[in-house]
Write a protein that binds this ligand. Structure first.
Ligand code: SAM
Length: 255
């Protein structure tokens, strides 16, 4: 998959890529990451990429021309996706859709944002990584890059992992434990050490349901009553493992 990133801070993207799963995916030929700096497409001596906003107001705005020129010069893959707090919400379903593409391009804003002609006439999509405002699109681009590329076949060691995870099946993931089995009196649930894989799978699904009902009820808007009969039976078969999940109060969540 080819992924291009347009940013005035290329080192942020390249540095992260080199130190992460993405670096290995590049070395293995699974991801072709190309980072472009719109400053390289400027024509003035200061390599300016920002200017004051028309209409007045605080801060500066990234200018459209170097971004358009950079796209013409590098012909990056479509869709071109602007990182923006005004974009549609990026979530696991969007990550899964993007992982099916042959490639895409991420465009990072800075300052007060990007001349809107870029979004209107150059970009195909705009995504937001959450309802908060970052100083620039680089961290948001890294969120998208990592969430998408770890879904590509061969990028993660264990192909099973992505299918089981939070959000993939509409639920939060079940609790995970590793050695030691006993830690200062806190025991790993017996069922996980039983070797009974069918029972472990049922227990895990029950715990996923409990967690989701308690911590992310928005993912199960029908509540317990909206669950399939086999899921309701699982809740009868297994109690919640985590005391935090037994009696959720507003604001409760994983600590
Ligand atoms: N003035 C803009 C507004 O109120 O919508 C915010 C600009 S923000 C300081 C600068 C850049 O950071 C944006 O152009 C965008 O690329 C990036 N950014 C900030 N928050 C983001 C978010 N939640 N999701 C994606 N990108 C974001």
């Amino acid at each position: 998959m080819r992924i291009d990133v347009l940013t005035i801070f290329p080192d942020v993207i390249e540095g992260f890529a080199a130190a992460s799963l993405l670096g290995r995916a590049q070395r293995d030929g699974l991801v072709d990451l190309r980072v472009h700096d719109p400053r390289d497409a400027t024509s003035d001596v200061h390599r300016s990429v920002d200017d004051a906003p028309y209409g007045g107001g605080a801060g500066m705005v990234l200018t459209a021309e170097p971004i358009f020129r950079s796209v013409v010069a590098h012909d990056p893959p479509r869709p071109v996706v602007l990182l923006s707090p005004t974009g549609r919400r990026f979530d696991q379903a969007v990550a899964q859709d993007m992982a099916r593409l042959d490639g895409f391009t991420l465009l990072c804003g800075r300052y007060e944002g990007v001349d809107d002609r870029v979004r209107r006439h150059l970009c195909d999509d705009a995504v937001s990584v959450g309802d908060y405002v970052l100083a620039g699109g680089e961290v948001a681009a890294l969120v998208v890059l990592e969430a998408v590329t770890r879904l590509l076949p061969g990028v993660m060691g264990n192909e099973q992992s992505a299918g089981d995870e939070s959000f993939s099946g509409g639920l939060l993931e079940y609790p995970q434990f590793t050695r030691p089995a006993s830690l200062e009196g806190h025991e790993v649930p017996d069922v996980l050490r039983s070797g009974d894989h069918a029972r472990i799978a049922r227990w895990r699904r029950a715990q996923s349901l409990y967690r989701t009902l308690a911590w992310r009820p928005d993912l199960l808007p029908g509540g317990v009553d909206g669950l399939a009969p086999e899921d309701r039976r699982l809740l009868e078969e297994f109690p919640p493992d985590d005391p935090d999940v037994a009696g959720p109060e507003p604001g409760d969540g994983p600590s």
